[in-house]
Design a protein around this ligand. Structure first.
Ligand code: SF4
Length: 256
């Protein structure tokens, strides 16, 4: 089995989500928070590509136009509005999202971009667990001596927990996936820049190193996921937990 990384992340969140969305095709339109994240990460990716090619990020005017274009593209698609957002109308949601996206991109440009010198962007990886694998792309790779870092950006409405990056097993997978392609002598870590969409805006960077025991545990998780998919058995993680409260598939989920 090949799991695209977003599909594996859905399985990790709840196997029933994977079954409903990835296998049965039930649509999961993004919320406005997810749309905001997509716009910001889309612009970050474009700016990293610019930095890789020219050693500089685009000027502010170009960045502003790009954020606007990315916002228009996102709002041309289906979005899962909350009842409150639906009552206020799409125009209001668009303007608010565009304003927040530009503010967060501005924060990234000022506080994070100067610290990143990418040696690759959008770099493909494959993490193998016997005959199964996870495939995806690094947002960006940086190098400091013999240490490579898989770096990514996340948008949050609150500060991440102290060990949030260490707990995010998909990120561990991402970080561990590429050494084979680049040489086992290089050691890897994972760095995440959390852009926090609160007042005032802030940024928090977390870095983690992986261990062999974590790699083995994750490999086992991939094997378990593949076994569940092959057997057609999808067990909800915990029908009472917060994941169900914020799950856009709860209307069609037989477990809640
Ligand atoms: S409502 Fe809960 S159990 Fe059902 S798919 Fe969503 S997260 Fe899983």
């Amino acid at each position: 089995m090949i799991f695209p990384a977003p599909a594996f992340a859905r399985f990790v969140r709840c196997p029933v989500i994977y079954d409903l969305h990835d296998l049965q095709g039930v649509p999961m339109p993004p919320t406005t928070r997810q749309v905001l994240s997509r716009i910001v990460r889309g612009e970050v990716k474009r700016e990293l590509q610019s930095k890789l090619a020219t050693q500089a990020i685009p000027d502010a005017r170009g960045a502003r136009l790009s954020v606007e274009q990315l916002s228009q593209e996102q709002f041309a698609q289906d979005i899962a509005y909350t009842p409150d957002e639906a009552a206020r109308g799409q125009r209001t949601a668009f303007e608010r999202t565009l304003t927040r996206a530009w503010a967060l991109v501005g924060l990234w440009r000022a506080a994070v971009a100067p610290r990143i010198e990418p040696i690759a962007t959008d770099a493909a990886y494959e993490f193998k667990a016997r005959e199964h694998s996870i495939t995806g792309y690094f947002e960006c790779v940086t190098q400091d001596g013999n240490r490579l870092t898989a770096r990514s950006t996340r948008v949050r409405s609150r500060r991440p927990a102290k060990d949030e990056t260490a707990q995010n097993q998909v990120l561990f997978l991402l970080g561990k996936a590429s050494p084979d392609a680049r040489g086992a002598c290089l050691s890897w870590d994972v760095t995440v820049d959390y852009l926090i969409d609160s007042d005032p805006l802030s940024v928090e960077t977390q870095s983690v190193e992986r261990s062999e025991s974590i790699r083995v545990a994750l490999q086992e998780r991939v094997l378990n996921a593949a076994r569940a998919v092959e057997a057609g058995v999808f067990t909800p993680t915990d029908p009472q937990n917060w994941k169900c409260l914020s799950c856009s598939l709860r209307e069609c989920c037989r477990f809640v």
